[in-house]
Design a protein around this ligand. Structure first.
Ligand code: PBG
Length: 324
């Protein structure tokens, strides 16, 4: 029976102790993954203009950073690379001594308890900035991309990445990667697929951070239309059938309904990527004094958890964990 007009919801909000007792959603550093941009040839750190308080790291800075993040209890890191040079097919992505491969080795050495996730994509390594090699008419050739992505995933696993996370949105990449990992003996390496990745304006600051903006056109030919939620579920089904161990929704805040729908549809862990533009938008308002950092960052991250995400990939991770 409902309490109806006699309900007094405020009884359970009267003190912080009471509020804590009935709190439904929890957020801890263990749920968070912090993205790292590692730049070849850089020494120390270099600030990213479009992302206040975020830096690119040189290889000489990653070990110390990893130890710091591990001490904060952060669950893991997601690695992105800025290579020395680029080519048409993105061969820097699978170079044995590539910048991400080297970073992964150093991080696993310095802080073995951090889960190291290697982002599998070619856009940071191609001269044209698209996520696979170009075929006829200048569009990305889906099937030509698959072996290159598979090779990249194997190379990342070999360098010590605990998880590989394909973000390219080519059809069939999860199966290609699973087969290649298994053949190379990495049967225990899980795949976190960016299953529902939308073609989003919120990636703007990242493309400056990772130097991965497409030289022409956009990614709407392979990333999802922001209007489509049912198709996001279809993408998730396809990736699970191909062997994905975890699935991601990206971006997070404008797509909370998609996170919820994916959560309800599958039993596997769901990750949400609170992307660069979501971060910079809040930070810009915080820097102007228009929003209170502690409150809005908590609220944004709790909202993503409440929608159903188990794991949140977020640029807030480091500072949020440090001040809690
Ligand atoms: C690579 C990739 C992108 C992001 C993660 N992996 C950029 C893109 O697809 O253009 C975006 C992350 C962010 O904005 O924080 N394909």
């Amino acid at each position: 029976m409902e309490l109806g007009q006699f309900a007094r919801h405020r009884r359970l909000r009267s003190t912080e102790a009471m509020r804590r007792l009935v709190r439904e959603t929890e957020l801890t550093p263990a749920h968070l993954v912090y993205p790292l941009f590692v730049e070849a040839g850089l020494h120390g750190r270099s600030p990213i203009a479009s992302m206040p308080r975020q830096d690119r790291l040189g290889l000489d800075a990653v070990a110390e950073e990893a130890k710091h993040l591990a001490k904060l209890g952060i669950g893991g890191v997601m690695l992105f690379g800025l290579p020395e040079s680029k080519d048409e097919i993105g061969s820097g992505a699978w170079a044995e001594n590539g910048v991400v491969q080297e970073a992964a080795r150093r991080i696993k050495d310095a802080a073995p308890e951090l889960v190291v996730i290697g982002d599998v994509c070619l856009c940071e390594y191609t001269t044209h900035g698209h996520c696979g090699p170009l075929g006829r008419g200048g569009t990305v050739d889906n099937d030509a991309a698959l072996p290159l992505l598979a090779r990249t995933a194997v190379s990342l696993a070999a360098a010590g990445c605990d998880v590989v996370a394909p973000s390219d949105m080519m059809d069939g990449r999860v199966l290609a990667i699973r087969r290649a990992l298994d053949e190379a003996g990495f049967t225990a390496t899980p795949i976190l697929s960016y299953a529902a990745k939308f073609a989003s304006g919120f990636y703007g600051p990242f493309r400056e951070a990772a130097d991965s903006a497409p030289a022409f056109g956009d990614r709407r030919g392979y990333q999802m239309d922001p209007a489509n939620a049912r198709m996001a579920l279809s993408e998730v089904v396809a990736d699970l059938e191909q062997g994905a161990d975890m699935v991601m929704v990206k971006p997070a805040l404008p797509y909370l309904d998609v996170i919820r729908a994916v959560r309800e549809m599958t039993k596997v862990p769901v990750a949400a990527y609170n992307v660069s533009g979501e971060y910079s938008m809040l930070m810009a308002a915080i820097e102007r004094g228009w929003l209170d950092a502690d409150r809005v960052i908590d609220e944004a991250l709790i909202g993503i958890r409440r929608a159903g995400a188990d794991i949140i990939i977020t640029y807030h991770a480091r500072e949020w964990a440090a001040r809690r």
